[in-house]
Design a protein around this ligand. Sequence first.
Ligand SMILES: [Fe+2]
Ligand SMILES: [Fe+2]
Length: 214
Amino acid sequence: MHSSNFSLLDQLVIKADNALKAMAGGRTEHRRPSPADIQPENDLSQQEKRRSAGLMRVNHTGEVCAQGLYEGQALTAKLPEVRDQMREAASEEEDHLHWCQKRLGELESRTSYLNPLWYSASFAIGATAGLISDRISLGFVAATEDQVCKHLEAHLSQLPDTDSKSRIIVEQMLEDEARHAHLAIEAGGVRFPAPVKAAMTLTSKAMTVASYYL
Ligand SMILES: [Fe+2]
Ligand SMILES: [Fe+2]
């Protein structure tokens, strides 16, 4: 059944179900295997493991937020093609979510305790942006993905050289997020002004610090 045949309440229940699956590590039918699967596991010191785990936990939280954002936007997007594009991107983010979660397990670490909070906030922001207009919503995607790309680039310089598994995951995510940003602008997204982007940078810094430790 097409989602437009569901009542708003039904749709919210479906979203809540997606949220639970997102935080549990994504749905089981993953389309792309982790690029880390074919990388050798090198010997990492305890300190290197902790560092990698902190960074990959931040990346995992970013993917939980991406799920919330895209699901929220898909709920309120007006044009069906925009809804479809949001769902397509959300399914790629699910791959990322799963890759990060798997890597955290290999690093003998855990996901952030704050994920339910970040998911809810991102969902609300996405749904609100979609209510305002599709162009704002797409612009928000582009601005967010730009931020994510900057984070991922920074993480590539911070991850231990020995951790080739985490590095290849981040490299593939960087490629995908840059494409998401590009597609959102191509689809008609507005380019956000610098002050809005600066506010977003501050918010994402707070999220990054919290998720590194918590
Ligand atoms: Fe992602
Ligand atoms: Fe993305």
